[in-house]
Design a protein around this ligand. Structure first.
Ligand code: HEC
Length: 319
């Protein structure tokens, strides 16, 4: 029966392991440099949101990102969850202009936003959004931290550490080595194929058959600078964006916002704050989910104890 007890403990360990498992933070091999991991108050089984950071992140979203990115799944009244009062929410909603209708005459009309309204989108449709941004529509940010493998780590790295002015020399060198290796590998493959084609060609010529001589692949130059990556015009370098060329110019600049709570608005701070906010928009019920996990865990521990005590009592006379 000891085995049963151990099995119970193993099951508990498995359950708690599942609860603490961090989101996958490693990019698929060969895709690029790994995304660094940052500290978040919402990771771990007791994780909760840093509401001050999420509130600052909302300010960054409203003052910087909202010019290009929609946030379709969040209504102003949802902000109560971040600690805003009813009056503050009303005031924020009132700054938005919302298209409503049709009225009794069948016309659409504009009005001030109300708490039940959703955040207004900056562009009327995807085509207009793409047209205004060099052909790449800025994606909706509501679920962005769930849509990318490394989640909030990716968002913070993308905005606070990945652009040319921000990236560390080590990461840059890592990218250059990685891309040089990729080019060498591609070259070696092409060379093999070329040699095979050359043999076929030479056989044909020896047999007097007319044939086109295959062209020899060019030896690649090593990647030693961002220019060597050959990004398309209009794209900005970003170490963490797949392919390194992103259609979003660096959005954050030191003191780009003036925080209401007096926190210095460094780029890294704003990237951290807006990532916190966007983690909340993607999973507003994270705290309840984790709270439920802990309750289940406590229940299982107590229940295992009861079962064990019951077993001892039942078998006490038999042994
Ligand atoms: C001037 C317009 C503009 C502003 C301002 C802007 N973005 Fe973007 N953003 C874009 C565009 C365009 C893309 C699409 C990039 C691409 O696909 O190459 C994008 C893409 C993204 C992505 C997706 C990256 C991916 O992996 O696909 C995230 C996340 C993002 N932006 C976050 C933000 C945040 C947060 C802010 C505010 C701090 C912000 N953006 C401000 C235009 C903007």
């Amino acid at each position: 029966m000891r085995k049963g007890f151990l099995f119970g403990l193993a099951a508990l360990a498995a359950v708690s392991g599942g609860l603490t498992a961090a989101p996958q933070s490693v990019q698929a091999a060969g895709e690029g440099v790994p995304v660094p991991k940052f500290d978040w108050t919402f990771s771990g089984i007791f994780g909760t949101y840093d509401r001050a950071a999420a509130q600052r992140g909302l300010q960054v979203y409203r003052e910087v990102c909202a010019g290009c990115h929609s946030l379709d799944y969040i209504a102003f009244r949802n902000l109560a969850d971040l600690g805003y009062s009813e009056d503050e929410i009303k005031a924020m909603a009132a700054e938005a202009i919302v298209v409503d209708g049709p009225n009794d005459e069948g016309e659409m009309f504009e009005r001030e936003g109300l708490p039940f309204d959703y955040f207004p989108a900056p562009f009327p449709n995807e085509k207009a959004a793409a047209f205004a941004n060099n052909g790449a529509a800025p994606p909706d940010l509501s679920l962005m931290t769930k849509a990318r493998g490394a989640g909030p780590d990716y968002l913070k790295a993308l905005m606070g550490h990945g652009y040319e002015d921000q990236v560390s020399e080590d990461v840059l060198q890592e990218i250059f080595t990685l891309e040089t290796d990729k080019r060498v590998q591609a070259y070696e493959l092409a060379l093999e194929e070329y040699q095979h084609k050359l043999e076929v060609y030479e056989d044909k010529v020896a047999d007097g058959i007319e044939a086109n001589r295959p062209t020899e692949p060019e030896q690649p130059l090593p990647v030693e600078s961002i220019e060597d990556l050959g990004l398309s015009d209009g794209l900005s370098f970003n170490a963490y964006f797949p392919g390194y060329g992103i259609a979003m110019a660096m959005p954050l600049f030191e003191d780009g916002v003036e925080y209401a709570d007096g926190t210095p608005a460094t780029v890294e701070q704003m990237a951290y704050d807006v990532s916190n906010f966007l983690m909340w928009t993607a999973e507003p019920t994270l705290e309840e989910r984790k709270g439920m996990g802990i309750k289940v865990l406590i229940f299982l521990i107590v229940f295992t104890g009861i079962l064990y005590a019951a077993k001892r009592k039942v078998w006490a006379d038999v042994h």
